[in-house]
Design a protein around this ligand. Structure first.
Ligand code: AMP
Ligand code: MN
Ligand code: MN
Ligand code: MN
Length: 320
């Protein structure tokens, strides 16, 4: 880890949340054109406002380039905008996503974390394109790059290019046939490790959230191991609700988190300092308007969990 900041001595950024910020819907996970979203940061904020969102975190993949524009629009519309990011990370051989909330966008540690991933993403994009071109998909690189429009390039841009060119009928099929796990466009990348990612987020004052725990295709035993590692390494919260989720799934995550919290952070080393319990976060993971299962603001925490915003100054205010 190249960061020079001392994460232990970097306090969490503690914005003061107003009653207004928690008076409507809270959505702490969404994407703009700065990464693989379809709406510009300003259009995204405006859409969130219309959907009744009073506190939004913009969490683009591996970038904070959209934050300034989103913040300006949020100020104009009088809604709370938290600077966030969704960092790509590695747990063993698995790719996982860690959301950083309330990050200091100017912190060196964050810039370094972003630059590291930018290099990996560019190299991966070139490799994906090379493999696709070998399969006859000529122009994949230029096409995906153009769709990324100067933002962080990802597999969705290749998927959209394939749809635009008529190679597949929709992006889900592009993933299923060419870009998803085990397909030719699934290039192995040595993303920064979970532990280093948590250090980066802490070093820029942010709270770390394990994104969409049920999306990694892990067995319950492995998922509990991931949650325990995340907790032990300093993770702050888990997405209890991500997008449209059925109550059974929510209870499943809740039960796993409870079990991990009961272990206190480290089941093996008894004299280890006990970690504070994992808190609960929520987000739509909105990318584009035509996906009703990931609509902005359509998420709500179950009763009886402690929300991640308790890390910030709420002065006893609770969400509706
Ligand atoms: P990347 O960050 O480039 O590895 O791409 C991951 C992104 O691809 C996710 O954040 C989703 O937006 C999108 N994605 C992943 N799997 C699928 C899928 N099966 N169908 C459509 N989009 C997907
Ligand atoms: Mn995405
Ligand atoms: Mn994700
Ligand atoms: Mn996401």
């Amino acid at each position: 880890m190249a960061s020079t900041a001392d994460p232990e001595n970097t306090p969490l950024t503690r914005p003061k949340l107003t009653a207004d910020a928690l008076s409507g819907q809270v959505d702490l996970h969404c994407h703009s054109t700065a990464s693989d979203g379809i709406l510009s940061p300003a259009a995204l904020v405006s859409r969130a406002k219309s959907a009744g969102v009073t506190m939004l975190a913009l969490t683009d993949h591996d970038t904070v380039a959209g934050i300034a524009e989103a913040q300006a629009e949020a100020e104009r519309l009088e809604m709370a905008l938290l600077p966030g990011i969704e960092l790509t990370a590695r747990w063993g051989k698995r790719v996982i996503h860690i959301v950083g909330l309330n990050v200091d966008c100017r912190a060196t540690a964050l810039t370094e974390a972003i630059e590291q991933r930018d290099r990996l993403r560019r190299a991966r994009a070139a490799q994906i394109a090379e493999r696709l071109e070998k399969r006859g998909f000529v122009g994949a690189y230029e096409g995906a790059l153009a769709l990324a429009g100067g933002g962080v390039i990802g597999r969705p841009h290749f998927a959209r290019w394939m749809v635009d060119e008529g190679h597949v009928s929709d992006t889900a099929k592009a993933f299923k046939r060419y870009l998803g796990a085990g397909k030719i466009g699934d290039v192995a990348v040595s993303w920064p490790e979970l532990e280093d990612t948590l250090v980066s987020i802490r070093a820029c004052g942010g709270a770390s959230v394990l994104a969409h725990p049920l999306k990694y295709g892990l067995t319950r035993t492995r998922l509990q191991a991931l949650l325990a590692d995340f907790h032990r390494a300093g993770g702050d919260a888990v997405e209890m609700v991500c997008g449209q989720q059925n109550p059974v799934q929510t209870r499943e995550i809740q039960a796993l988190v409870q079990r991990v919290n009961a272990l206190g952070g480290d089941p093996e080393v008894s004299d280890e300092i006990t970690r504070p319990p994992l808190l609960a976060s929520l987000g739509s993971d909105f990318h584009q308007p035509d996906q009703p299962w990931r609509a902005l603001g359509c998420v709500r925490l179950p009763a009886g969990v402690e929300p991640v915003w308790n890390l910030w100054q709420t002065d006893g205010i609770t969400a509706q």
